[in-house]
Design a protein around this ligand. Structure first.
Ligand code: FES
Length: 123
């Protein structure tokens, strides 16, 4: 059962590979919804397991995108993660309290300049 009461799509007992090994649980948040993920899995994997399949919309055509290559080669799975847009979620692992947002077009930075190491304020 998923954290919000929905049925999880995660395969917990594969007929060939056997039961899913235990892993520490972490809580991530996607568009305001808390999701329980497994430590070490990718964001995309955790989202798909909970039924989230639409990750971003294209700038021009407003078409939905999700997992395509799943190896970090395209940009179909990019989302805004902890305020940083264009994060490839198929190759980025979950962290406790990670904030993930569906991305529109090229995305928008949602963190303050002074909060980013190495970026100086002008003036
Ligand atoms: S699905 Fe292609 S980079 Fe993630």
């Amino acid at each position: 059962m998923a954290s919000d009461g929905l049925i999880s799509r995660r395969i917990t007992d594969h007929p060939v590979l056997g039961p899913l090994p235990s892993a520490r649980k972490v809580t991530i948040n996607c568009d305001g919804r808390n999701i329980t993920a497994r430590e070490g899995e990718t964001i995309a994997s955790a989202l798909v397991a909970e039924g989230v399949l639409q990750f971003r919309r294209t700038e021009k055509e407003k078409e939905w995108r999700g997992i395509f290559c799943a190896i970090g080669r395209c940009t179909d799975c990019t989302m805004t993660v902890d305020g940083v847009p264009n994060i490839r979620t198929c190759i980025t692992t979950v962290r406790e309290n990670m904030i993930i947002e569906t991305q529109e077009g090229l995305g928008v930075w949602r963190i303050e300049k002074h909060a980013q190491p190495g970026i100086q304020e002008e003036g």
